[in-house]
Design a binder for this molecule. Structure first.
Ligand code: BJ8
Length: 422
């Protein structure tokens, strides 16, 4: 990972401390990603994105911001990035997947809450994430309790707006949601001083639809047996989707897809045909959380699908592009967002059906449900998912963990035993 202390200084970071962090990322990346045999060549672009994570991409965003473009940080796939792109801005899914920032957060927040929330909050209070430093504002949401209450505190460090996401999907909830989307648009437009019009919003929708469609193509290709790409590589691409420039990213994903198509034709795979295939469902794995994929693939299996917000929930649905006016446009946008089946909703049985559909489409042979510690909604929903799997004879295992390496040995043993049984 490259370094740029001058840029970090400008962003008000704790440069001394931050300078010690990139090598950790480099070493982990080398062990987990670069050590794989027979990776697709087109992964080079994504490796490069990681190498430039704290320099090149930050510089691009910094320059855009200096040029008056809005830069918005988000923590949830319910916040519509289309409207940021429409305003000529940059939307970044902020990181919250590292153990290194948890201690900073625990000086303020209670310990017994989700590690993703703590990690993200710790990045900001410790001034050790350039993405957090570069944003104009953060747009949070009222999905889970840990997040919505943390936003009140986060607002002391960076302007934090909150989008109310209802917890049911009835007609009256949709009406509220559309109003929240309109407020978000106003907040973004306020930064530029211009109101984005119908054409601009249509452009934003097209750009992000194209990005999601590219990810759909990629995910369908990796479902091939044997898989042409590892689960780890798929995970990093899906994580990069949240901070790369969308048009360039889309292009690079298609280039990789072209290569994977060729690999499938030529019978080139990342692992032999008989390699056990695992679908991972559950809570998102924010950058740089690679723990479970690493354990599963080191145990001799391959991850063939992520039913997650850093996965299919992010791209399975597109927005209908045929709206006639702005009101209809924002309504159709909202309808697409309402299809995301986060466990924060009740009831949420669509998600159970979706996991089963993805299990069938991906040629998986078992499901590992991943739950971050203290995430009550996903943890409780795992009960229904287990029942659905039992009814169909699908091997199922639920894991609850955090970012610490302490339970690695125990998880390895459990995952190995699970893989042996499928
Ligand atoms: S749409 S999954 S990105 S809320 S932070 S709920 S893990 S306790 S992330 Fe999420 Fe939006 Fe839903 Fe997706 Fe649990 Fe942790 Fe809360 Fe979390």
């Amino acid at each position: 990972v490259k370094s740029d202390p001058e840029l970090w200084e400008k962003l008000g970071m704790d440069v001394a401390r931050f300078s010690g962090m990139p090598p950790m990322l480099t070493n982990a990346y080398r062990n987990i990603f670069l050590s794989q045999q027979n990776r697709p060549e087109r992964m080079a672009y994504f490796d490069d994105m990681v190498a430039n994570i704290h320099t090149g991409r930050i510089q691009e965003i910094y320059d855009a911001k200096e040029g008056g473009k809005p830069v918005i940080g988000t923590f949830c796939v319910y916040v519509p990035e289309e409207l940021v792109v429409a305003a000529g801005g940059i939307c970044i899914g902020l990181c919250g997947g590292a153990q290194g920032s948890i201690a900073d957060a625990e000086k303020i927040l209670p310990r017994n809450i989700c590690p993703m929330v703590k990690s993200a909050f710790g990045f900001k209070v410790g001034k050790i994430c350039p993405y957090f430093q570069v944003v104009d504002l953060v747009y949070g949401e009222t999905t889970c309790d840990a997040k919505k209450k943390t936003w009140e505190l986060l607002d002391r460090y960076v302007p934090t707006h909150v989008m109310e996401i209802p917890q049911m999907k009835r007609e009256r909830d949709k009406r509220l949601w559309v109003e929240e989307v309109k407020d978000f648009k106003v907040a973004v437009d306020r930064i530029t001083g211009n109101e984005t019009d119908f054409e601009a919003v249509a452009g934003g929708i097209r750009t992000i639809n194209a990005k999601r469609a590219a990810l759909q193509r990629l995910n369908a290709l990796r479902h091939h047996t044997p898989s042409p790409i590892s689960g780890r590589d798929m995970l990093i691409i899906q994580q990069i989707a949240f901070y790369d420039e969308p048009v360039r990213f889309t292009e690079k994903v298609h280039e990789l897809c072209d290569e994977l198509e060729k690999r499938v034709q030529d019978g080139v795979a990342i692992a032999p045909k008989e390699t056990p295939r695992i679908l991972v469902s559950g809570t998102p794995m924010a950058l740089p959380n690679w723990k479970l994929h690493y354990i599963i693939e080191s145990a001799g299996a391959v991850v063939v699908n992520e039913e997650s917000c850093i996965g299919t929930r992010y791209y399975k649905d597109l927005i209908d592009e045929g709206a006639a006016d702005m009101d209809q446009q924002l309504e159709r946008l909202t309808e697409r967002y309402m299809k995301i089946d986060c466990s924060c909703f009740t009831p949420n049985d669509d998600r159970i059906d979706q996991v089963i559909r993805e299990f069938e489409a991906s040629g998986a042979e078992g499901i590992i449900d991943y739950c971050l510690q203290f995430c009550h909604t996903y943890n409780i929903e795992a009960v229904k998912l287990r029942e659905a799997c039992e009814a169909r004879g699908i091997p199922f295992m639920a894991i609850e963990t955090d970012y610490s390496p302490d339970d690695m040995g125990q998880l390895q043993t459990r995952v190995e035993a699970f893989i042996e049984q499928i």
